[in-house]
Design a protein around this ligand. Structure first.
Ligand code: 5GP
Ligand code: MN
Length: 352
């Protein structure tokens, strides 16, 4: 089907949006085929909200159900104990024409890579997301920029479908919620977030075990790789309107020398953004020749989503990313320049 109404969804889903989403699921034929898709290089919220919702659909009796994401079908180690992994299929095996497609945590169809064509098939496309920059690319869009994670939207839709939480669903949604709130540390950690966490914990899941697997466990080679990459971090106190920039990079050669997979670098932004002297932190991760996945974070003074969007990416005000091209120095220079634009336009620190 064609894309639905585009544009920002600042106010979150309307009652009509929720009703349309419930109808899309309830209206499936008895043997209806459902395809769940989350964004490329899936993180905890992408995988957790998708698999948790998938397990909920199972509870509703949906049998023809696949979950997938674009790119290599490799689940990062921290998420290899998630319930519902059995729903996953490689992108190449994803149903070409499902009756219902549901997308998780993707702000635009470009984040769905080679799977974006599933949205234009004969079935209904339902989008669950929490990025303010979401383009409204579904037939039905449940986009709540006030939600701390896509899993908040997923839990609400499961409730409206009458699905009771079980431990499997809860573990998936808990991983999603805890990763996107930085273990309940970010400002997005509202009372409602803790109330949702309480509902999830009430199913008997073990937060200590889950957190250790997801946040506090990595191969020794990755520990040494982090040491090397942190050792070459640069601090630029004058950048970002004097709020400061700290950055580092990791190449494919670094990964190969330490025999590590690319996803171990996802956690690298956390020790980098600890830098007290910088509002903006950045990790530039090589993904191919002259191609880099860039992670940006701000402590509050800078809108890094504006920088990321200007450079072809997206994200949130305090956490964003884009694909950089050229040398590391060229990519960092682009970031410096965008941070300077932000300053001269008076937009630093202001959500757009
Ligand atoms: P991370 O740095 O953890 O990869 O991503 C931080 C945030 O930026 C997430 O919300 C993620 O969805 C978004 N993001 C990261 N890279 C890209 C990108 O290349 N394009 C877009 N549109 N968003 C991105
Ligand atoms: Mn998310």
């Amino acid at each position: 089907m064609a894309a639905g109404p585009a544009g920002p969804a600042a106010a979150g889903p309307t009652e009509a949006d929720w009703a349309a989403a419930v109808a899309a699921v309830r209206g499936l034929p008895a043997d209806g085929r459902v395809l769940l898709i989350c964004h490329v290089n899936p993180d905890g919220d992408a995988l957790g909200s998708m698999l948790g919702f998938g397990l909920g659909l199972r509870r509703l009796g949906v049998r023809q159900l696949q979950a997938t994401f674009p790119g290599p079908p490799e689940v990062p180690e921290p998420f290899r104990a998630l319930p519902g992994l059995e729903l996953l299929v490689p992108a190449a095996q994803a149903d070409p024409a499902p009756d219902l497609v549901i997308c998780f945590d993707a702000a635009s169809d470009s984040r769905l890579g080679e799977l974006a064509d599933r949205l234009t098939g004969p079935g209904t496309a339902l989008v669950l997301d929490h990025h303010a920059s979401n383009t409204g690319f579904g037939d039905v869009n449940l986009v709540d920029p006030a939600a701390a994670a896509t899993s908040v939207v997923a839990e609400e839709l499961l409730a409206r479908l009458g699905v009771t939480l079980d431990a499997g669903i809860a573990e998936c949604l808990y991983v999603a919620l805890s990763t996107d709130t930085g273990s309940f540390r970010f400002d997005a950690t509202t009372a409602a977030v803790h109330e949702m966490a309480a509902r999830l914990l009430a199913t008997g899941i073990r937060p200590g075990d889950i957190s250790r697997r997801v946040f506090d466990s990595r191969p020794f080679g990755a520990v040494r790789l982090f040491g090397e990459v942190l050792g070459r971090a640069r601090l630029e106190p004058g950048a970002a309107a004097g709020h400061g920039l700290v950055w580092t990079y990791a190449t494919l050669d670094d990964l190969a020398r330490h025999e590590q997979r690319p996803y171990v670098l996802e956690a690298l932004i956390d020790p980098v953004r600890c830098t007290a002297e910088a509002d903006v932190s950045c990790v530039v991760k090589q993904t191919g020749p002259g191609e880099w996945a860039v992670s940006l974070r701000s402590k509050g003074a800078t809108d890094v989503s504006r920088v990321a969007v200007a450079l072809g990416g997206g994200g949130h005000r305090l956490a964003a990313g884009f694909t950089g091209r050229g040398t590391v120095d060229e990519v960092v220079e682009q970031i410096r320049a965008e941070l300077a634009v932000s300053e001269s336009s008076g937009g630093a620190g202001r959500p757009t």
